[in-house]
Design a protein around this ligand. Structure first.
Ligand code: ATP
Length: 914
């Protein structure tokens, strides 16, 4: 420990001379860092953590809250409004000036609070997928958050991991690390354990792994030598990754639209001002105030904030359903997804493996029991003798235990796997056969291994077998192993491989949906104890196969049916055997096409021929990551919006290529997560469908927000324009227009962001990826409803004047009618695809009801409170007239419901568009 504190930068941050960790031997390293291959003790970890702090780079500082609040005012329209307020003040319209300031300020406060809430929620969600490291501590291998690493920790890294701290490697097997971020070298460095020269540059220190670099191949173990900001990357720059801006293409589109709209509004206001003063003879201060109000009224200044909130709520809802969005645009894309390509194991199946059958060259043994509980019987198939069959299976069972990194642990009476479930099932099988995993593993110590890799589909280990002999055990995809073996085991000596027998046995197990694994072994002299591919070239003896059951997830059956009704194709893309994949696909109701396309078929198919094949087939088996990439591309070439799952480092290109790359939360590598738009915490297919469901809802809600907001502005503007053009008294004063905007922005304007899904959201086809946000139906709606608002406002105005109520009362009624229209229109717009006149429609949601109460209270105050009479020049409205106002709202609702029915009946806008 003393050496350690002397040799690493001190906790106070002074840079002490860098220690050449790359130049020391492994023994020196362990001594200097006072650690052992079995890892640090818990007490030592606490002490080192206190001395060195967390293994994290300082977070980039957030902008100061005051600056973030001021940023809300940084907008052309707001400048314009502030200027208008100054003008109003100078012209003596003090109240107007104050109300404009109030609108701007409240808008900024709402924007600030909501944005802050959204950002905090998103960063909390992002933390849910913060990376973990596999570390040895107290002789046990465990997974801990990367931030908890301390110098001296012994860490296991493998393909797909981001190196979690600066490490000196004590073991490296085929380890390739992409260090481009540090060295600029694009070719991955091949790592080794031997020390480098003390003056070797960073790129030549082959025994080091540096924090933040990516392991692209192999496996290894290293001892942490520097953490946090004392790492190489920490020294270069303390801030690698800034806060992702809260924006999406859609949001940018809307912001651009808003900006353009502002300029158009200002130009139109200028023209109207000229017209009002020159042609209509308005006194210029009055005309100025009127057009300012018009400009304020017409621009939907709250829209971008509400849409940001809608997206953020979508992200939160998805997180609640175990889908973590890493990139915000995915929220939009998910809603347009037309094909989901899913893994099989764990996503569509439960990934709870149980060994069911063992087939050796002469016998078949069935295994009973369920889950990982090591209780069950091994019995020979009918007509066979148990003793002989079990004897034949014994070496296979043992090799399954040794060529294995899995462990079973019992907690709360439940047996659980640590590691790969299939390996856990092999441990359970060994225990059912009476073996003690601890003893057997101690008796056959492992010297070296070739880890499993989805590309070559097998794993091999080399063990000391006693008597100066070594043994190699291999397990993997049976066809692969059969191709590697020359002979098959018999109790006495090897016989030639009987391929047809094995092919039939594999097919039989697979046809039951069993996942089939082959086993092989080889004896050899002790030698140097290393294991390389060349050692597997000759002399491997095939031991047999094991069939595992991995039941389909019941809930996935339902989710696949839901996808079908939602016009989304589901494709299973698995590394497993074709017959196994087909059997599981059938159980899931996923298979509509008769045949399975295998990786070998894909290799024979050109890219052009692949598109129709990929679109037609449902199940792709024995595929590798390159096949996945080709399938995504082929599907995209047909115009599909593709979601694709993946977990390995080699899946990264396919995940990047997919419109929505989906990485697995637990078994997914860092590389896969970084390439993805979304991470599935529970690795369950159902969560993908739930995310698509939420994605569609978000998109619907954004459309609803627009469909509701824009006509308010349109209606107000048209009313003022009509008054100026036709030269009658203004039906609303500028301050009243500002009041409407103010009160609606903070109430009804927000509720559509919180809308739940419409009932039929998964019963319509996906929207076209290139469909414009302002669809023909939406454009029609904006014009139609604006016109209805204008008509309603003017009708009430003239009705009141006719009854001799006085212009102030008439204006109060106009404001009330517009607000009442907004309320009824909100209820209508909540269901764009069906009638709103249902019990569910009438009851609304808590958000709707709260907003409704707020608006009603505000309107009562506006109409009846004496202070408001002074501020807004309003007058009390008689009960009877109030009824007329509410009745007009009901009438508007009826007109819009009839419009929906008509559009559907006449199939206009695709029968109100999907
Ligand atoms: P999916 O893509 O649906 O998750 P998968 O898990 O079967 O399918 P891979 O993990 O690529 O796909 O595995 C492919 C094949 O490799 C398996 O069918 C099996 O035969 C073999 N295999 C899987 N895991 C191991 C392992 N730990 N050791 C040896 N062989 C394995």
């Amino acid at each position: 420990m003393s050496t350690l504190t002397r040799t690493t930068p001190s906790a106070t941050g002074d840079e002490t001379p860098e220690r050449a960790w790359h130049a020391v031997t492994v023994d020196q390293l362990l001594a200097m860092l006072a650690t052992v291959p079995g890892g640090l003790s818990a007490g030592e970890v606490v002490a080192r953590r206190a001395a060195h702090g967390p293994n994290a780079l300082p977070e980039p500082p957030r902008r100061h809250p005051v600056l973030r609040f001021l940023a809300q005012f940084n907008n052309t329209l707001i400048y314009f409004l502030l200027a208008a307020s100054v003008a109003a003040w100078i012209l003596g319209h003090r109240i107007d000036a104050a109300v404009i300031i109030a609108v701007v300020t409240i808008n900024a406060i709402v924007g600030y609070i909501q944005e802050d809430k959204a950002e905090k929620a998103l960063s909390a969600i992002r933390k849910m997928i913060s990376p973990r490291a596999n570390v040895w501590r107290d002789g046990q291998r465990t997974s801990i958050p990367v931030a908890d690493l301390v110098p001296g920790d012994v860490v296991v890294i493998e393909a797909g991991d981001r190196v979690p701290a600066d490490m000196r490697l004590i073991r490296a097997r085929g380890m390739l690390i992409d260090e481009a971020m540090l060295t600029g070298e694009s070719v991955a460095a091949e790592k080794q354990e031997a020390p480098a020269a003390a003056d070797a540059p960073l790129g030549d220190r082959l025994c080091m792994a540096y924090s933040g670099t990516l392991v692209v191949g192999g496996q290894g173990t290293g001892v942490v030598v520097a953490t946090g900001r004392h790492t190489e990357i920490g020294r270069i720059s303390a801030l690698i990754e800034g806060v992702e801006p809260l924006t999406t293409p859609l949001l940018r589109q809307i912001n651009r639209f808003g900006q353009r709209f502002t300029w158009v509004a200002i130009a139109a206001a200028g023209l109207l001002f000229a017209f009002a003063t020159l042609a209509r003879g308005y006194p210029w201060p009055d005309a100025l105030i009127a057009v300012v109000a018009l400009a304020v009224g017409v621009v939907p200044e709250g829209l971008p904030a509400v849409i940001t909130i809608t997206l953020a709520i979508g992200v939160q809802r998805m997180a609640a359903r175990n889908a973590i969005i890493r990139r915000l645009p995915a929220v939009e894309t998910l809603g347009a997804t037309s094909v989901i390509c899913s893994d099989k194991t764990g996503t569509l199946t439960r990934n709870e493996m149980t060994a069911r059958r063992i087939v050796t060259s002469d016998h078949v043994v069935m295994v009973s029991g369920s889950g990982y509980t090591p209780v069950g019987d091994l019995t020979a198939q009918e007509g066979d003798e148990d003793v002989a069959a079990l004897e034949a299976a014994a070496s296979l069972i043992r090799s399954g235990l040794l060529c294995n990194d899995g462990h079973l642990r019992q907690a709360d009476g439940q047996w659980r796997v640590e590691g790969d479930p299939m390996e856990g099932a092999l441990v359970a099988l060994a225990m059912k056969a009476g073996l003690n995993p601890g003893h057997v593993r101690a008796e056959w110590p492992r010297c070296d291994e070739i880890p499993f890799d989805a590309q070559h589909r097998f794993m091999a280990t080399r063990h000391a077998a006693g008597g100066g002999k070594h043994a190699i055990f291999v397990k993997g995809a049976p066809e692969r192993l059969l191709a590697m073996c020359a002979t098959q085991a018999a109790v006495s000596g090897g016989r030639p491989l009987y391929q047809a027998y094995w092919t039939e046995q594999i097919a039989q197990a697979a046809s039951h949906g069993e996942r089939v694994l082959g086993f092989a072994m080889k004896s050899l002299p002790a030698g140097d104890g290393r294991l390389s591919m060349a050692d597997l070239d000759q002399g491997l003896i095939f031991l047999g196969i094991v069939g595992f059951i991995d039941p389909p997830r019941d809930e996935a059956i339902q989710a696949i049916a839901e996808c079908r009704s939602a016009g989304i194709a589901v494709k299973m893309i698995t590394g497993d055997h074709g017959a196994t994949a087909a059997a599981i696909a059938r159980q899931l109701g996923l298979m509509t096409a008769p045949d399975v396309v295998t990786g070998a078929d894909l290799d024979k198919t050109s890219d052009t021929a692949l598109a129709p094949l990929a679109a037609r087939a449902d199940v792709f088996a024995r595929t590798n990551p390159e096949h996945k990439l080709r399938i995504v591309r082929a599907l995209q070439s047909t115009g599909a919006v593709v979601a694709m799952t993946g977990d390995g480092v080699n899946d990264a290109p396919a995940l990047k290529q997919a419109d929505v790359g989906i990485a697995m939360g637990r078994k997914g590598t860092e590389a896969a997560k970084e390439a993805s738009e979304m991470v599935l915490l529970d690795e369950n297919f159902v969560s993908i469908v739930a995310a698509v469901h939420e994605g569609r809802t978000v998109y619907d809600n954004i459309r609803k927000v627009i469909a509701w907001t824009v006509p308010t502005n349109g209606g107000e503007a048209l009313t003022v324009i009509a008054a100026i053009l036709f030269g009658f008294t203004m039906p609303m004063t500028p301050t009243q227009i500002l009041w409407i905007n103010l009160i609606l922005t903070v109430t009804l304007g927000l509720v559509l962001a919180f809308e739940p899904s419409e009932p039929g959201v998964m019963r319509r086809p996906p929207r076209a990826a290139d469909a414009p946000l302002l669809s023909p139906f939406l454009v029609w709606r904006v014009f139609f409803v604006s016109a209805l608002f204008t008509a309603g406002g003017l009708a009430i105005f003239f009705y009141a004047l006719q009854r001799g109520l006085g212009v102030e009362t008439a204006r109060t009624m106009v404001v009330n009618v517009i607000v009442v229209f907004e309320i009824f229109y909100l209820f209508n717009v909540r269901y764009l695809h069906m009638t709103s006149i249902t019990l569910r429609g009438a009851l609304g949601t808590p958000a709707v009801l709260i907003a409704l109460v707020a608006v009603v209270v505000a309107q009562f105050a506006f109409t009846y409170a004496p202070i408001m009479h002074e501020l807004f020049d309003t007058r009390p409205v008689a009960i009877g007239d109030g009824m007329v106002v509410v009745a007009s709202g009901v009438l508007l609702m009826l007109v819009l419901e009839v419009e929906k029915i008509m559009l559907r009946r006449w199939r206009v806008f695709g029968g109100i568009e999907p």
